[in-house]
Design a protein around this ligand. Structure first.
Ligand SMILES: [Fe+2]
Length: 256
């Protein structure tokens, strides 16, 4: 649900500027669309909302590094070498962006419920079917602070697994402090069994205590800690690693 108190605001369609085309991958999972499954996750972190928003808008390249354990354990139906292949799209002048990961040979729409795949295709336009057929992963941000991620996740290594979706909102509550909300979206027409499997995959990965969420948060915290201690450029500058050590020591020091 979107709303505004600004009577002069543009319509949602105008604001999205065509980005709805991509949002349908998350929100139109079948004839009756998508629904929230399980309670929302809600937590507060000491990072900047812009880091998280940017991470989802166009930082697909971090995955094989920050989440390498996921490949080693077989959670991803792609390899570290192919995971960053695909396409990126952004809406000029609007700030919305999405990355679509593509694994050559990956079965189109794999990970969706088998009995629902054809219905999902019918809910989409031919252009969307063509684009989404090639999308293993979709991770994007609606400017400024709403992000989505869809990813097949193998609860049993080697299998395609199920597609989970996290829809998340970053709510800045002060300098370096951010309130996070995350919801798990599932196809409304899917079986209870599929919804639970998708929710389990979501919980293990990108819910509040999800393993991948913790990977990302560690980087976001480190980025902010380093940024806040970034020195002015001088002729006798120290290396970034030295400044990182300095930042870590400072943030760990007891309050006085
Ligand atoms: Fe990540």
């Amino acid at each position: 649900m979107f709303g505004t108190f600004n009577e002069d605001a543009s319509s949602l369609d105008e604001y999205l500027g065509g980005f709805q085309f991509y949002l349908d991958l998350y929100l139109k999972q079948g004839p009756n669309g998508s629904e929230v499954h399980g309670p929302p996750d809600h937590w507060i972190t000491e990072t900047d909302w812009k880091i998280a928003a940017e991470n989802f808008a166009g930082d697909g390249y971090h995955t094989p590094v920050a989440h390498q354990f996921g490949f080693n354990l077989g959670y991803f139906p792609s390899s570290g070498a192919t995971h960053s292949q695909g396409w990126a799209a952004s809406i000029t002048g609007k700030g919305h962006g999405i990355g679509l990961g593509h694994t050559p040979g990956f079965t189109p729409f794999a990970g969706f419920p088998d009995d629902l795949t054809e219905e999902i295709k019918k809910s989409l336009t031919p252009d969307q079917v063509e684009v989404f057929s090639n999308a293993r992963t979709a991770v994007g941000t609606v400017f400024p602070n709403l992000s989505f991620l869809m990813q097949p996740f193998s609860l049993i290594p080697g299998e395609t697994g199920v597609r989970f979706v996290t829809m998340r909102l970053y709510h800045p509550i002060g300098p370096g402090k951010c309130e996070m909300y995350s919801w798990c979206l599932v196809p409304k027409d899917a079986s209870d069994e599929y919804k639970e499997a998708a929710y389990q995959a979501y919980t293990l990965t990108f819910a509040q205590a999800g393993t991948f969420e913790q990977d990302d948060l560690e980087n976001w915290l480190e980025s902010l800690a380093w940024q806040s201690h970034r020195p002015q450029r001088t002729s006798s500058s120290r290396t970034s690693w030295e400044w990182k050590l300095s930042a870590t020591k400072t943030s760990a020091a007891p309050a006085t």
